[in-house]
Design a protein around this ligand. Structure first.
Ligand code: M6R
Length: 598
């Protein structure tokens, strides 16, 4: 949800900022902009569209600049346009800002400023920040920034330039991430660490309400009361290879090919001496009566997959979307434990849901892929997934890593509750076998299936039990990157309404990996076929029937963990369909990777 970058130092600020924006583009690509100090003036260039458009516009401009800020936008308030693009200058062009987040009280603040005669140039909530700073009567810029943070309600990561303070950047954050990077050539600000790889040797994750002030020489941090704070720097341990596309055409393809690695690394983490499960207090786990799993999108779907796995082990789980958990009536349940799942660890709804659980003194575990994320700092216990940086908007390898971690966690809970002395990873051998099978999986039918989908009007994914959870995830993948209308539903629910939509222009993809449910699912297949739809079956079983138009065979494993395998061809299906349609799977319409706003 919007990417912020800032640079001050010896190098060309223009080059550093534009390169950083390319790395942050997955956070939003509605518009991009840059503002630098040029001969003492704030020089602003911004453009609707992707970062490449901005790069083109900036050619031969902004020469010899050493300090500036940049932004790539995912639109919330105001359409994607030049005028709504960041950075924003104040009315007198003396202050320039970039913002990630949402200013919830912007209408009130804007109304007050308008009454004082301030004219606004955009429809955004963000512009009010620049205008408030311009109007401030505080004697120092640092005090103006402090005053600003006391006025804003909502979420924000903000970088600020003040005319007259050349080569200085101010920044604040609340509920949106912001990182300071340090190198021998200067200082950087960035919404995430990825944009700082190969640029900096150390980085500092700004804390809530922290104010930083950066110049050529140093970076100073202050708390809300402007008391100086010590800065903790962490070593940069990512390499360029971790975050580059390498020889792959898209990040999503690279990440699908990394699914086996993501599963393997997540298992290995549990086998290591830093085994995260050992840090969970045994009495807490033993006494748990109610598990609530909370997440959004793919992370929620991973939770649903685990729900079935847990049920087989007599553990009751309720899965709730974070956006619902936040606002539903809270009912206290005896010995509840909340598990939050988030690839990025920055999803606003998930973070807020976690805060609510904490307010009610419920113990919290997070399963995240980004060790430095906000959610990790807030939770009581952390179980890391080891998928490595996931850049494509559509989540793939992180999903498999999440379900791997959840299987392990459910096994651990089961063993502690039943006083079974379990090895750290009961499923280790089976999961390694899955890794091996996925590494050798042949996607040969997927091109044909993509073609079939494009020749038809709508797609349904159906399944029973855990296969429904996989259907949900498969459907989400397809719709988010190929813009094709698709729905998922329980196979048994078709005849209660949705069957009315099934005709000869429909493709129904049936996921059937559970032996005890197979015959029941076959009944649904016959009902669908009788209405003329094209039926595609994804299964490990041998099936001979005319009711199926296409069989996607998958390798077999313990049926409790078949979800690791059955999703794999579906991830590739989404990718190939988007590419066949001429879309960029890494940058789906209207979406962004990290949803840091509500
Ligand atoms: O970073 P998170 O796991 O918290 O993100 C949650 C969702 O926004 C995310 O899974 C989203 O649904 C993906 N685009 C799905 O591919």
């Amino acid at each position: 949800m919007c990417g912020i970058i800032g640079y001050v130092g010896k190098l060309s600020a223009k080059n550093e900022i534009l390169a950083g924006l390319k790395m942050l583009e997955y956070r939003g690509y509605d518009s991009a902009g840059i503002c630098c100090f040029e001969k003492g003036e704030l020089k602003l260039i911004k453009k609707k569209g992707k970062v490449d458009t901005l790069i083109e516009v900036c050619k031969d401009k902004l020469k010899d600049v050493h300090c500036g800020i940049g932004h790539t936008r995912w639109a919330t308030h105001g359409d994607p346009s030049d005028k709504n693009a960041h950075p924003f200058l104040s009315e007198n062009n003396n202050v320039c800002i970039v913002h990630n987040g949402i200013i919830e009280n912007f209408e009130t603040l804007k109304g007050n400023l308008q009454k004082q005669g301030v004219r606004f140039r955009s429809e955004t909530d963000s512009e009010v920040i620049a205008q408030l700073l311009q109007k401030s009567k505080c004697e120092s810029e640092l005090k103006k920034v402090q005053e600003l943070s006391n006025m804003l309600v909502g979420s924000y990561a903000i970088a600020i330039l003040f005319k007259g303070l050349e080569n200085q950047i101010f920044a604040i954050r609340k509920n949106s991430p912001l990182i300071v990077g340090k190198s021998k050539d200067g200082y950087y600000l960035s919404s995430d660490v990825n944009a700082l790889v190969d640029k900096t040797t150390e980085y500092h994750i700004m804390e809530e309400d922290e104010i930083v002030w950066i110049d050529n020489e140093d970076c100073y941090a202050f708390n809300k009361n402007l008391q100086a704070k010590e800065i903790t720097y962490l070593p940069m341990n990512l390499s360029k290879q971790d975050i580059s596309r390498g020889t792959f055409e898209h990040y999503m393809l690279k990440e699908i090919m990394q699914v086996p690695m993501a599963i393997k690394m997540t298992i290995n983490e549990c086998e290591s001496i830093i085994n995260p499960y050992n840090k969970l207090p045994k009495d807490l786990i033993r006494d748990v009566k109610h598990l609530t799993i909370i997440g959004c999108g793919t992370a929620f779907n991973a939770g649903m997959t685990a729900e079935h796995y847990a049920r087989e082990r007599d553990i009751i789980v309720e899965c709730v979307y974070a956006s619902e958990y936040r606002y539903r009536k809270f009912l206290s349940q005896e010995n509840e434990l909340c598990i939050f799942i988030s690839q990025s660890g920055e999803t606003a709804d998930t973070i807020e849901a976690l805060k609510i659980a904490k307010e009610h003194q419920i113990p919290t575990i997070v399963i995240t892929n980004v060790s430095t994320s906000t959610i990790n700092k807030l939770a009581d216990y952390v179980i890391p997934t080891k998928a490595g940086p996931e850049i494509a908007v559509a989540s793939t390898k992180a999903y498999n890593a999440q379900i791997t971690a959840l299987y392990n966690l459910m096994d651990y809970i089961y063993c502690v509750k039943n006083k079974i002395n379990c090895r750290t990873c009961i499923l280790k051998d089976k999961l390694y076998d899955v890794v091996n099978k996925l590494e050798n999986y042949n996607f040969d039918k997927i091109d044909e299936l993509s073609q079939l989908i494009l020749e038809n009007e709508r797609v349904f994914f159906i399944g029973r039990g855990v296969d429904y959870a996989t259907s949900q995830e498969a459907s989400l993948k397809l719709k988010e990157i190929s813009n094709i209308h698709s729905e998922s539903l329980y196979a048994g629910e078709l005849k209660h309404g949705t069957l009315a939509l099934i005709d000869e222009n429909t493709v129904v993809i049936v996921i059937a990996t559970q032996k005890h449910l197979f015959d029941k699912t076959m009944n649904s297949i016959y009902e669908i076929k009788a209405r003329g739809a094209k039926v595609v079956l994804v299964t490990q079983f041998d099936v001979q029937t005319d009711a199926i138009d296409m069989l996607i065979s998958i390798p077999t494993t313990d049926q409790a963990i078949m979800a690791e395998i059955s999703i794999y061809p579906m991830q590739m299906l989404a990718y190939k369909t988007a590419v066949l349609k001429g879309l960029d799977p890494d940058k789906p319409r209207n979406l962004a990777k990290s949803v840091t706003v509500e």
